[in-house]
Design a binder for this molecule. Structure first.
Ligand SMILES: C[S@@+](CC[C@H](N)C(=O)[O-])C[C@H]1O[C@@H](n2cnc3c(N)ncnc32)[C@H](O)[C@@H]1O
Length: 267
């Protein structure tokens, strides 16, 4: 029997037309304002990789940036085009982005790396289309986050793909410890819907592996600074001793969300 994808659950916003901009949260916004400080925003080309229907692209345009988005899902992109016009969002067909070399000042992605099977290809295209001296911010859930954020099931993504993970997902579903999607389906069917998504649409990696892949594409990588800023923002910039802040930032980026920044060397 054909089962739906987990993405098709009720209330999934990308399946409906974009109605307005959504800000990407204070940490991404603050980083963008910091790196663009003192520069004319309209002269800065920003690419949002994995833009979905373009909620963040719409916000970037509102903030004055020259923003574009790209996504593999044509249906999501179509849902943004009435609001944003035909030229702001591109569908990624094949492997190569439809943008020239050295085109973007800033490349961001939000909740995308964990969905990308071929991270080396993404890194190659991000590196190619970033201008020399350009920068990037990539935000994604940590491999060791306790609750897998799409299934909302505890720790199932820590297990190897295959029987063991499917068993853990089944147990989480049977005990009500998942997102409440597709509750009208049988346990076996829900197990398949959740497991297929986990297996084919999520790819959690260790920070060191992500760093290696991005560096191999020619980008410099910083795993620490933006996560530290995020933690300081969350804690309200307390006057804590530096080692405690370092520990909190390490825990945050390894067990919650990674804020990773990149830069491409100036020529
Ligand atoms: C969880 S959504 C995040 C969307 C958006 N960034 C946001 O924060 O709302 C992940 C997005 O990444 C897209 N995606 C997955 N693999 C991709 C790839 N290799 N290149 C570009 N987009 C990709 C998906 O289609 C999806 O729209």
């Amino acid at each position: 029997m054909d089962l739906p994808s987990l993405n098709e659950h009720d209330g999934h916003v990308k399946l409906s037309p974009l109605q307005g901009a959504s800000d990407p949260g204070p940490s991404i916004a603050n980083w963008l304002f910091r790196v663009s400080d003192g520069r004319q925003r309209s002269s800065l080309r920003v690419l949002d990789v994995g833009c979905g229907r373009g909620d963040t692209v719409a916000w970037l345009v509102e903030q004055g940036f020259d923003a574009l988005g790209i996504d593999v899902r044509a249906d999501y992109v179509a849902n943004g085009r009435d609001y944003l016009g035909p030229d702001r969002l591109a569908v990624l067909e094949g492997e190569v982005y439809p943008f020239p070399d050295d085109h973007f000042d800033i490349v961001i992605s939000d909740q995308v790396f964990e969905h990308v099977a071929d991270l080396a290809q993404l890194a190659k295209e991000v590196a190619r289309t970033t201008k020399p001296g350009g920068v990037g911010l990539h935000v994604f859930p940590a491999k060791w986050i306790w609750t897998e954020p799409h299934l909302r099931a505890p720790a199932v993504h820590w297990l190897p793909k295959g029987r063991l993970r499917r068993g853990a997902i089944k147990l989480a579903l049977a005990t009500g410890r998942t997102a409440p999607y597709f509750t009208e389906w049988t346990l076996a069917e829900r197990t398949r819907i959740f497991s297929d998504y986990s297996e084919h649409e999520t790819f959690y990696r260790r920070p060191a592996e992500i760093r290696r892949v991005l560096e191999a594409a020619g980008l410099s990588v910083n795993l620490r600074d933006a996560s530290r800023q995020r933690v300081l923002f969350k804690l309200g910039y307390p006057g804590l001793p530096a080692p405690l802040i370092r520990l909190a930032a390490w825990m945050y980026r390894n067990t919650r969300v990674m804020y990773l920044t990149t830069s491409k060397a100036s020529e």
